[in-house]
Design a protein around this ligand. Sequence first.
Ligand code: FE2
Length: 130
Amino acid sequence: MVLWKDVYELGIPLIDQQHKKLFEIANEIDTLLNNELITDKYDPIVAIIEELRDYTKEHFAAEEAHMLATKYPKFLSHKVLHNDFIDKMNSIDYAQIDNEQNAYLKEILKFVISWLVDHILKEDKLISPT
Ligand SMILES: [Fe+2]
């Protein structure tokens, strides 16, 4: 279970709401990881990765629009970090999923959560008006 903390709030309602949704998707990964009733998780894994990638793209576009609208000075370097994350999502090799599905899910969850928390606290906080 991945918990949202108040310290992640930026004070920008749309962005905060989207960050919370990303935590929800991370929790869906956690739930799938702990589900012992599904023996073959290939299809749900692919579906969840695609949900995560699509939603992240939508969220980054909103965050970038906000940065442009507020003339945020570090827009370009921030956008590079977003692009790197999308590249990482796009480079996921589904062929690797079949062996060791839970280990694979654990790795994705670890990566997503550490990236998200680190990115919100170090980078997104800089665009916070508070
Ligand atoms: Fe960001």
